[in-house]
Design a protein around this ligand. Sequence first.
Ligand SMILES: *Cc1c(COP(=O)(O)O)cnc(C)c1O
Length: 411
Amino acid sequence: MLKDKADAPERPLGPSTRPATRLVNAGRRAEWTGAVVNPPVWRASTHLYANTAALAEGVRGNADGRFFYGRRGAPTQWALADALTSLENGAAGTVLYPSGVAAIAGVLLTLLRPGDVLLMTDNAYDPSRSMGRGLLADFGVETRFFDPLDLDAYQAAFCERTRAVMLEAPGSLTMEVCDVPALARIAREHGAVSVLDNTWAGPTGFDALGHGVDVTVMALTKHVGGHSDVMMGSASAGPELYKRLRLRAQNLGHVVSPDDAALALRGLRTLSLRLDQETRSALTIAQWLADQPQVARVLCPMLPGSPGHALWQRDFTGGCGLFSFVLRGGDAARRNRLIDALALFGIGYSWGGFESLAVPLDPAPLRSVMAWPMRDGEPEDRFGVRLSIGLEDSGDLIADLAQAFAAMDRD
Ligand SMILES: *Cc1c(COP(=O)(O)O)cnc(C)c1O
């Protein structure tokens, strides 16, 4: 006789399962999926109660995975949050946000109070930098930028009022890999909470909490969604911080749609396949670019000689398709001709989708303390291209880049 899967006892994932296995099984609790494979899309604002006593009980609970009201989600969102938590070693829970930027704002507005100082890595995602100078400044929080490659200057930057540190590895645009375990340890020694934007590697590529980070943040918009059709963010942390993040997200009214949560769950199942393929292609393409006479530098953590490559090898278990390269000669118009000549690369923001993208790179206005062009670079080598390598054949992508280099030099 057929038995509903919902009636079967829960089979917990063994702690020893590897990421690929966890990605398949994560979040698929029978109480949420019923007899089917994926949790259905529960579209719900109102949750109904049997009677007023049950209603009163619901208000008191405020626990994960309990029906209450749409702002606290329903099984589709719970399944995604649960899946992400099970991928983060040491996390007690995950809060979902309507975008990656909302996740960063939600975390920083949980940790910081007027009068506090936030130390932010100088190569942070540009909207994170803007948040420090805009939103947080308006609420009386001071943001100070630091060079994540200079541990002495970082140590010296702490003061009585430093409450949190915002890290990102590799850095946005210029892709430097910093010593996350050392930076997180120093933050802890100074009584500050460390937050890592781990969008690039994700939980399968970098074990953030295991390396001493307190809160790990991801733009699920990128690789977890993976298909350029959903915006979402997440933050995962240990028990005490998770509780605070969750309450603040409820205060701020952060909630994600169940349809989007289902899309993110669908993306999650193939995350490691896509990341492995993209990483291989990106390295092949990065090696080819490094041999081109027009290219001054390739900034790709997986490529030997790239800034922080040794730390990537030491600390990371995966890469992805996002990296940059810098052209010789400092001519932005010439660089734009190269991008415009590409046929297989879309021109547009975001990354981590199945399709390749290219955008112009000019980090100079987005740095306060780090040198750009890089210290050992020629001063005129400042303009570049950021590529997000998708799932196309890498040979085809190289051929496209080759014809675009030829067009750049010809026109
Ligand atoms: C895209 C991105 C974000 C923001 O995500 P959104 O969903 O676009 O708001 C945050 N951090 C990094 C590193 C990103 O690339």
